[in-house]
Each structure stands twice: as structure tokens, then as C-alpha cells.
Design a protein around this ligand. Structure first.
Ligand code: SF4
Length: 88
């Protein structure tokens, strides 16, 4: 058996596994701004208690994930993190 872990092994410890995963991504139909903000607030509250938040955020930034809440940040917030970390 290999001692190396999969780069996504942290997902087994994700606090968002299960039915609450729905709040992490926008619905297929139009979502009002107030509804989006409330959905994102609920998702970020789950992220704030997650044991693998750092790994999740690092992964989402590395793959340039364009949708949803990952590591406690939405796509705009992750883009700002990536831009701040980019070499000048
Ligand atoms: S940080 Fe948030 S999105 Fe990432 S695994 Fe944890 S609960 Fe899920």
C-alpha cells in the first residue's frame, strides 16, 4: 500500500458532506441577491467549523474553481486570494 495520499483525501473529512452540500452552490434557477447572500452565509458557517478548511481553500484556488463556496470563500473572494498570492 502506498504511503502517499490522494491530493483530495481531505474531502473525506469535509463538513459539507451530506444534504447540507446544497447550500454551497447556486440553484439551477435564478437566485435573488438576498437569497444568495443568505445561502452563502449558511455555507460559510459550516466552513468555519470544518477541520479541512485550509486544504479545501488551497485546492479550490489551485484548480481555479469557478463556482460555489470552498474553504469559506466564494468565487470572487478566492480570486482575490489567488491574485494576492500571484507573483508580480
Ligand atoms: S471548508 Fe467548507 S467547502 Fe471546504 S470541505 Fe470544509 S465545509 Fe466543505
Amino acid at each position: 500500500m502506498s504511503a502517499q495520499q490522494s491530493p483530495t483525501a481531505w474531502q473525506a473529512k469535509a463538513a459539507c458532506r451530506g444534504p447540507q452540500a446544497a447550500v454551497f452552490f447556486p440553484p439551477p434557477q435564478f437566485e435573488r441577491k438576498a437569497d444568495r447572500l443568505e445561502r452563502e452565509r449558511r455555507a460559510k458557517a459550516i466552513c468555519s467549523e470544518c477541520a479541512v478548511r485550509a486544504e479545501c481553500l488551497e485546492y479550490a484556488v489551485a484548480i481555479n474553481e469557478p463556482h460555489g463556496i470552498w474553504g469559506g470563500l466564494n468565487e470572487h473572494e478566492r480570486r482575490a486570494v489567488a491574485e494576492a498570492a500571484a507573483p508580480v
